[in-house]
Design a protein around this ligand. Structure first.
Ligand SMILES: C[S@@+](CC[C@H](N)C(=O)[O-])C[C@H]1O[C@@H](n2cnc3c(N)ncnc32)[C@H](O)[C@@H]1O
Length: 207
């Protein structure tokens, strides 16, 4: 099953399924952005809008992008804010945004599905204003090394969504190659993760 078809399918239960990674990511995003204010945010891979609602409260304008029309439909059910525009697009193609038009780009649990990190960093750099931030929160590669990847259950079958392993150094190299500076880096555990490798990794890069 393609990544897009898998998310179209998962959209019906994504919010209700038990998913500690999704839940931890929500906490991380809240901790990171609470109290901040931005003019224009581009959220790539917004999914069902779990983080879009929070972003709509801290930004004057949010562009929330995803290539799964069904995930976006779910997001629209929960986010009904005049300052949010949903866009159905594939982020592996040139982004719709003008050069230097956003002051933040936010990306949660998406890059495991993207083979070429370099393209994403080059588009993020193009679209951000000078001094703008690129926030990334992803499944930690240590978990990927153990065989974990995005998956969901349908009719007693586990559907594994195609995923690529990006080592920590891949993120740092891609960022450096495109001129970003590292502002912050964190590893995160869910409260049920005692004695396990970190579940999530987050990066805050600055243009
Ligand atoms: C695990 S979900 C995360 C959704 C949301 N960011 C969250 O944290 O709940 C991954 C999302 O990335 C989207 N996605 C994956 N590859 C994409 C691509 N090439 N272009 C646009 N969206 C993509 C999927 O459709 C899906 O909605």
């Amino acid at each position: 099953m393609s990544i897009q078809a898998a998310y179209d399918n998962w959209s019906t239960t994504y919010d209700a399924d038990e998913n500690l990674t999704r839940d931890l990511d929500r906490i991380v995003t809240k901790e990171t952005f609470m109290g901040l204010r931005c003019k224009s945010v581009v959220e790539i891979g917004c999914g069902t809008g779990k983080n879009t609602l929070l972003l709509s409260q801290i930004a004057q304008k949010v562009y929330a992008v995803d290539f799964s029309a069904s995930m976006i439909e779910k997001a629209k059910e929960k986010v009904n804010s005049a300052n949010v525009t949903f866009i159905t697009a594939d982020i592996t193609n040139q982004w719709f945004c003008n050069n230097e038009s956003a002051d933040s780009i936010v990306c949660n649990l998406v890059l495991e599905h993207i083979e070429d990190l370099s393209f994403i960093f080059s588009e993020a750099y193009r679209v951000l204003v000078k001094g703008g931030y690129f926030f990334i929160c992803e499944l930690h590669p240590f978990r990927q090394y153990g065989g974990t990847q995005a998956n969901f259950q349908r009719n007693q079958e586990v559907i594994q969504i195609p995923a690529f392993i990006h080592h920590l150094s891949d993120f740092f190299q891609a960022a450096k190659n495109h001129g970003f500076l590292l502002e912050d880096f964190n590893e995160w555990w869910h409260e049920q993760d005692q004695n396990k490798p970190p579940r999530l990794v987050s990066f805050l890069f600055k243009k």
